[in-house]
Ligand binder design. Structure first.
Ligand code: GCB
Length: 874
């Protein structure tokens, strides 16, 4: 051993002697590098994943399989040093959907039910120190009749989709065992504009088997970190027990109140010390002085002043990630919600990530937060217990956020009952009673735990909520109303609300959901209920806003939904997605988002020309197109292609204007006193189908709306009855699946991204004419059979499918292009799976100025056609 080495070795030993480690309280996020396998943990197919993780981010959007609702296993090795054996170790899960079993070194150490609240387990006694420990987590998102939600319009993605933490604490620490809360609760007393007091209840756990002398130091600071009050409390922690301690500060005079306009945050700092004043544990919490109340006539009050709540509902999933969306993406949502001018957010239908509530505290957004007891309840003790436990976790975990002012616990709890055609009268009565009982228990619990919050619940359009009296259980009742979508017409909203207010004058009301589906690929001059057009979305929201603003008794409104979200069973214009968002699933705003901004955000001068969705606008004849311009200004000058058109006046945040576009690129400019915007729109103006300035032309057959199809790189124009010199159907009727259901649009069309093109169609069309010049063309025809159910043997060509005629309406027809037969005996039911998007293409030469006639000759039943795309060939 050479001399030099000897010295450094001794030096190393010396350091070790002084122990190079500091072992103290720690929160470590352990998201990276878990092993994961579906179903069977003895399988060899483990893959390495990072948390947040869900196994449903792809299959929840897959047409064929349906999404995996079952078991997923996660495992990870964790090293615990010898030095850490005097600490207490917890594994803390912020969100796992939906039932979790945790094993340490092969031993089951705990189970948690419910996918949206945090939980933790003290794992200390199962650990090996100075050794690697195996943590295994079994997650199950199967339907479980005793865990809410039982059924709801969103995807129940399975997995560990929020952070996992390893929390190590000295033997005395601020409790982690009170329903995984922070172990302290901030309460306000004698709160007013003049003065306000804070009182903190702190829970301390002592894991030592002897009594310990401890000290708490609690400091209240202002936003600039200036100490306002500091208090110290010496106390004795009894052996292996928990203490509950109260620290009450004197009142602050002229407190800065927390509100959406001025979300002023004070800070609370809690230190737990041992006898020698060593820090054992510490907590930081933003607090805000605010108080809320509701009045059945005058609406919602914050800090004693009326405030109309206008905002959104939010689901937590995100395109490409499911519910395992990076937290920074989610925080950006809150920024978008605030920038829109919202003062309220309903976290529907379950508690969301804590970090988002922190952002709402900071930005000033009031929150309605709720547990996922949705659509129906199971009348078992276990279901009731799980629900009550969930609400305890929920209230305790989210209690300290100044933004949280409303605690909810049920959504549309009579939805399934209202559509239940099977149960007997008695069974129905029992279901009604069970939901009411649970509501009362949840209400009582919530009021006990959070006496200064507003309790809430939302119901759907049904008398059951009145009849049973459930609507009067919470302090504020939210109606989810879809007039002009699922129900009657847009103006019926006000009529319904006035009637409710008259009949139940003591009930405080909020419009907790409303809004139509919309797809930025769909637009029309003649918006209609259920067409998913951008224009219909604008029309409904703009009217609803006015109707609510006119009614003082309405506390406010929260739009359904902030963003499009995953709902696996659904088929809107995009399958598996509920498209009622103000922004898209990938968070690109739809025009309506900007309209809300124009009426709600008074701070930044703002103007927006709502043309983003035109990706090539084709206008037929000498035509104009109605465009909406949104602004929070009073008026602005409007220019089209450099020429001033007029001064537009904004009413209700919007100016409607018919723009006389020219062929080619158009520039629209809006200039107000303080702000301006310019947009370019490419317009194809067509007088005749001469194929001079264009080489492709598409028609969305059976439809009144344009459809921009990215795959075919074309905007299909609306259909029309045949017009001499142009195009149109000679006969046929718009196909309607059923008169009442969703306006008859067939959902779930397979193997296509062009659903809206297929969803609308003409039935009984025998001739479709297009006046196109002589030449060679590729004619693409789009078809779907909306009515059949696939038969098992559809691909078994040896066996005739023998489709029963009573069950299935068959249609068999020949397709001819200018009398030339291109397809004989076309029978979608016989030849393709159910609801299959079919494209037939043929090349045709047109001569003698005969134009093109597409003929569908019926052999059996009525022919159907969804779209036409004509491409000029050289
Ligand atoms: C509702 C439900 C919500 C649905 C929404 C809809 O009333 O509360 O969960 O997603 O309707 O889009 O149908």
């Amino acid at each position: 051993m050479n001399h030099k080495f000897k010295i450094s070795f001794t030096f190393f030993i010396l350091i070790l002697g002084f122990s190079p480690f500091k072992i103290e309280a720690q929160n470590i996020t352990i998201n990276s590098g878990w092993q994961f396998v579906l179903d069977d943990k003895t399988s060899q197919n483990w893959e390495t994943v990072n948390i947040p993780h869900t196994w449903n981010k792809e299959d929840a959007f897959d047409d064929e399989k349906g999404y995996h609702r079952g078991v997923g296993w996660y495992k990870k090795k964790l090293y615990f040093s010898a030095e850490s054996k005097n600490l207490i170790h917890y594994i803390h899960f912020k969100g796992v959907n939906q039932e979790t079993h945790v094993y340490v070194n092969g031993q089951l150490i705990g189970n948690h039910k419910g996918g949206y609240t945090a939980f933790n387990f003290n794992i200390t006694k199962w650990l090996k120190f100075d050794a690697y420990n195996l943590v295994e987590v079994k997650v199950d998102n199967s339907h479980n009749p005793n865990i809410p939600p039982l059924d709801a319009d969103f995807t129940f993605y399975g997995g560990i989709y929020r952070d996992v933490e390893l929390i190590s604490k000295p033997k005395q620490h601020i409790s982690l065992s009170d329903f995984a809360s922070d172990g302290f609760y901030v309460n306000y007393y004698s709160i007013s504009e003049e003065k306000a007091g804070v009182e903190v209840k702190i829970l301390i756990d002592n894991f030592e088997n002897r009594q310990i002398n401890n000290k708490l130091k609690v400091t209240l600071l202002d936003a600039k970190n200036t100490t306002i009050f500091a208090k110290a409390l010496d106390f004795k922690s009894s052996a292996e027990a928990s203490e509950s301690l109260n620290i009450k500060f004197s009142e602050i005079y002229n407190p800065k109140l927390w509100s959406p306009e001025n979300p002023y945050l004070y800070k609370l700092h809690i230190l737990l010390l041992d006898e020698k004043e060593n820090v054992l544990d510490e907590k930081h919490q933003n607090i805000g002085f605010r108080w809320v109340s509701v009045d059945a006539d005058k609406g919602f009050f914050l800090n004693g002043k009326p405030i109309k709540l206008i905002g959104v509902n939010r689901h937590q999933d995100y395109q490409g990630y499911g519910n395992a969306a990076p937290i920074e993406f989610q925080k950006k949502d809150i920024q978008l919600i605030k920038n829109m001018g919202s003062n309220v957010l309903r976290n529907a239908h379950y508690p969301q990530s804590q970090e988002l509530y922190d952002v709402c505290d900071e930005l000033g957004v009031l929150i309605w937060t709720e547990i996922p007891v949705v659509n129906k309840v199971t009348n078992t003790k276990e279901f009731f217990d799980v629900s009550l436990n969930m609400q305890k976790e929920h209230v305790k975990q989210y209690y300290n956020h100044p933004s949280v002012v409303m605690f909810g616990y049920m959504n549309e709890i009579y939805l399934r009952l209202a559509f239940d055609g099977k149960s007997t009268k008695l069974e129905k009565e029992n279901q009604k009673r069970a939901a009411l009982d649970l509501a009362k228990q949840l209400e009582q619990l919530t009021r006990e735990l959070a006496p200064n919050h507003i309790t809430v619940m939302a119901g759907h359009l049904n008398e059951l909520y009145n009849e049973t009296g459930i609507a009067d259980v919470p302090m504020l009742f939210g109606w989810n109303l879809y007039f002009g979508w699922y129900d009657k017409d847009i103006p019926d909203l006000g009529v319904f609300l006035d009637d409710q207010h008259k009949r139940y004058p003591n009930r405080s009301l909020l419009l907790s959901e409303y809004g139509p589906g919309s797809d930025i690929r769909i637009f029309t001059k003649t918006p209609k209920k259920f067409d998913f057009s951008i224009e219909y979305q604008a029309k409904l929201h703009q009217s609803y806003y006015q109707q609510i603003m006119e009614r003082d008794y309405m506390t406010g409104m929260t739009a359904w939904n902030f963003a499009d979200f995953g709902s696996e069973f659904r088929g809107d214009a995009i399958p598996h997605i509920n498209q009622k968002g103000l922004i898209q699933f990938d968070r690109t705003p739809k025009p309506i988002y900007y309209w809300y901004k124009s009426i709600l955000n008074k701070e930044q001068p703002f103007v927006h020309i709502a043309t983003n969705y035109f990706d090539g606008l084709t206008l037929l004849g000498d035509d104009t197109y109605p465009v909406q311009i949104y602004s929070n200004q009073q008026a602005a000058e409007l220019f089209l292609n450099g020429k001033k058109i007029k001064v537009v006046i904004f009413e209700n945040g919007v100016a409607n204007i018919d723009l006389p576009f020219i062929n080619g690129i158009n520039t629209i400019k809006v200039v107000s006193a303080t702000v301006s915007e310019e947009k370019r729109v490419e317009v194809l103006k067509i007088e005749t189908l001469d194929f001079q300035t264009f080489s492709r032309f598409g028609i969305n057959i059976g439809s009144h709306f344009y459809f921009t199809d990215k795959e075919h790189q074309i905007t299909f124009v609306p259909d029309q009855p045949y017009k001499e010199g142009l195009f149109g159907h000679v006969d046929g009727k718009t196909y309607n699946l059923s008169k009442d259901k969703h306006q008859g649009i067939p959902y779930g069309i397979k193997k296509t991204n062009s659903e809206p093109l297929f969803q609308t169609m003409l039935e009984g069309c025998t001739n479709y004419k297009l006046n196109i010049p002589n030449g060679r063309y590729k004619v693409n025809l789009f078809f779907v059979e909306p009515k059949i159910k696939s038969t098992e043997n559809i691909y078994n060509l040896k066996v005739s499918t023998q489709i029963s005629k009573n069950k299935i309406e068959q249609r068999v027809f020949n397709i001819l292009l200018n009398q030339t037969l291109v397809e004989s005996h076309f029978n979608m039911a016989e030849q393709y799976p159910e609801k299959y998007g079919i494209i037939k293409s043929a090349i045709i030469g047109i001569k003698n100025n005969e134009g093109l006639t597409i003929s569908l000759q019926s052999i059996e039943g009525k022919p159907l056609i969804s779209g036409i795309l004509i491409e000029k060939l050289n």
